[in-house]
Write a protein that binds this ligand. Structure first.
Ligand SMILES: NC(=O)c1ccc[n+]([C@@H]2O[C@H](COP(=O)([O-])OP(=O)(O)OC[C@H]3O[C@@H](n4cnc5c(N)ncnc54)[C@H](O)[C@@H]3O)[C@@H](O)[C@H]2O)c1
Length: 346
């Protein structure tokens, strides 16, 4: 199969830390161009990867032979830029969340269906082989789930130094940083959306669609936490926590108890590119499986999955429907927390 000719829209933090290095190594794809309105980023990031850098989206979309784009811009721009890319006939991998609101996500999903093009959401934890193994075990090994706990705690002051160690040298345009800060000023909304997109997509991936959500929120200064309970469709209960920031190491994982076994999953700060550590206890055989994985870069595997879905006409994973469902859960958590924990039916 010929390599998928792909471009990146947005050359900021996640593009430089994850997508561009992943594209340089992923099988079945070839980076051909990128775009960013910042002249600093368009020129310098493009020259690092030896591709054409555009400041205009329309010019990028007209790049010869371009087949697909990764959209790595702030959430509020996912709908307008993905719409332009789909209307220009390009397949789209859009960063999580699918869009800024449920209504915008639905518009994008409907447009992708209308065009027949692929629209995948960048909830890349689904491509962590440890998470995939855990999801398989929930479906096939441990039986009906009675109880689960899922948590996601974002480290505070440890984060910048950890990122500085793990990230490739980052090209920064101070004007972009200052401009974006204004949009992150509603920190509670920003944190729930940006982290909830991972946690709540993960909850669905591991446990299926909840039927009801209740949640409470609390904050101290700039630190926020959400604790909630999701009712699972077959009667089990999953508690979840999203905390940003905690003054500790990164902590993320799931413990899932079924009628025939247990799944223990510990996932890592994503930029370590490590697979989640997973253990599956099977009560029938009284054994615990602890797999070891070789190919563990979830960002790279996500791009390879995107290319495979396009070339082999497979369904997108996560799909636009998954993106809309995650947005609905984020909205339900916000609604319930605003009503001091009142249940929201889904
Ligand atoms: N999957 C993950 O692990 C992960 C991690 C971080 C961020 N994200 C998501 O990635 C997205 C981007 O986040 P970020 O941290 O990289 O933000 P960022 O602000 O660092 O970068 C966004 C870039 O988009 C550029 N941009 C703005 N308008 C544009 C346009 N019309 N065309 C092209 N580029 C344009 C900006 O100039 C900026 O350089 C967000 O949706 C965020 O939720 C995902």
């Amino acid at each position: 199969m010929p390599d998928l000719r792909i471009a990146v829209i947005g050359a900021g933090r996640i593009a430089q830390a994850a997508h561009l290095p992943a594209l340089a190594r992923a099988d079945g794809v070839r980076l051909v161009a990128l775009s960013d309105p910042s002249p600093v980023l368009a020129e310098r990031v493009a020259s690092r990867y030896e591709v054409t850098g555009y400041r205009s989206t329309d010019e990028l979309l007209a790049h010869p032979g371009l087949e697909a784009v990764i959209i790595a811009v702030p959430d509020r721009l996912h709908l307008p830029l993905a719409t332009r890319a789909l209307r220009a006939g390009k397949h789209v991998l859009v960063e999580k969340p699918l869009a800024d609101t449920v209504a915008d996500g639905e518009k994008l999903r409907d447009l992708a269906a209308e065009t027949g093009l692929h629209l995948q959401v960048g909830a890349m934890k689904r491509y962590d082989p440890g998470v995939q193994y855990a999801a398989e075990a929930v479906r096939n090994t441990i039986g009906r789930v009675l109880s689960a706990t899922i948590w996601y705690r974002v480290m505070g002051r440890l984060r910048p130094t950890t990122e500085a160690t793990l990230f490739p040298p980052r090209i920064v345009d101070e004007n972009v940083l200052v401009g974006e800060a204004a949009y992150k000023a509603d920190r509670r909304r920003y944190l729930l959306t940006t982290h909830g997109a991972h946690v709540l997509d993960g909850l669905r991936f591991l446990l299926g669609d909840p039927t009801r959500i209740s949640a409470q929120a609390s904050s101290h200064g700039g630190d926020h936490t959400w604790h909630g309970v999701a009712n699972l469709s077959d009667g089990g209960l999953a508690s979840f926590e999203i905390s940003a920031d905690v003054h500790a190491e990164w902590s993320e994982g799931a413990d899932i108890y079924g009628e025939k076994g247990h799944v223990k999953l510990r996932t890592h700060f994503p930029f370590t590119l490590r697979a989640g550590d997973v253990e599956v206890f099977d009560e029938e055989t009284c054994t615990t499986a602890r797999p070891v994985f070789g190919d563990t870069n979830a960002y790279e595997r996500q791009i390879e999955g995107f290319a495979r879905a396009i070339r082999l006409e497979l369904p997108d994973s996560p799909s636009a429907d998954d993106g809309v469902a995650a947005l609905k859960l984020i909205a339900a958590v916000a609604e319930s927390a605003a009503a001091n924990g009142a249940g929201v039916r889904l």
